[in-house]
Design a protein around this ligand. Structure first.
Ligand code: SAM
Length: 238
């Protein structure tokens, strides 16, 4: 696949700052499902080390709030400056997705790459904590790591090569996510589909040399990606 926006980042930077399957490619494919205009105020939820925030601010012209629980906002800010971005274009902050410090209706859109499954598995989450922060008519785009088919009762050995059954509880198939999200009044499902770049996003991730990528490599080399998907979700706040 072609990724003109993701490709503006050196591979060394992608490898240094990724926390899972190539977030730049996932983000670019996800954004292609919608048409969020330049100048939109966008929440990057679970932004990690800031790759997707930098892509959206620099390559799409959004004003991005890069909100993440585990990452250091000061480190992310230095990265944004190295990308040529200012604090008018991207705002790094430490925040818990279940206690976001924003006014209702503040955001034009929300994007979340490889993070929603940490907090969004609670079917109450979307309606209670996230949707109210988006303007009516605003869109929410998630790229969620998933399974081709839920197999929690009898996970294949290749998945168990890197992940425990407890870790696998964080990933589900598209039907599970549809049932989860459909419960939220006020969220119109515009699209849910499996993303085309999953396989190459995983290949890019396991070529990284951090300990998490090296750990995941065992499963990928055993064939895990045949069972994995990435679920794109496009919602509109009614
Ligand atoms: C697998 S990493 C993905 C990070 C980044 N989006 C990327 O693709 O590289 C998952 C991210 O979810 C974030 N996260 C987990 N629980 C969270 C919560 N309750 N609130 C905010 N962020 C959370 C973590 O801080 C972590 O950066």
């Amino acid at each position: 696949m072609n990724f003109p926006k993701a490709d503006t980042f050196p591979i060394s930077v992608m490898r240094e700052r990724s926390m899972g399957p190539n977030p730049l490619k996932l983000c670019e494919e996800l954004l292609g499902l919608a048409s969020i205009p330049a100048g939109s105020v966008v929440l990057d939820l679970g932004s990690g080390a800031g790759l997707t925030s930098a892509l959206m601010a620099r390559e799409c012209g959004f004003v991005v709030y890069a909100a993440d629980l585990w990452s250091d906002p000061s480190n992310n800010m230095r990265f944004f400056e190295e990308c040529g971005l200012t604090n008018r274009q991207v705002v790094p902050l430490k925040a818990d997705a279940t206690a976001l410090p924003f006014a209702r209706g503040f955001f034009d859109a929300v994007v979340s790459v490889d993070s929603y499954n940490y907090f969004g598995r609670d079917p109450e989450y979307l309606g209670e904590h996230l949707l109210p922060l988006v303007k009516r008519g605003g869109e929410l785009l998630f790229a969620i790591p998933g399974m081709v088919r839920d197999c929690h009762d009898d996970p294949p050995a290749c998945l168990l090569a890197s992940w425990t059954p407890e870790q696998l509880e964080f990933i589900h198939d598209i039907g599970w996510w549809r049932a989860n999200i459909a419960q939220t009044e006020g969220a119109e499902i515009l699209d849910m589909c499996e993303m085309a770049c999953t396989r190459e996003a995983w290949a890019d991730w396991v070529a990284c040399d951090n300990e998490y990528a090296v750990g995941d490599r065992v499963a990928v080399e055993a064939g895990a990606v045949d069972h994995l998907s990435t679920i794109a979700v496009r919602l509109r706040r009614r």
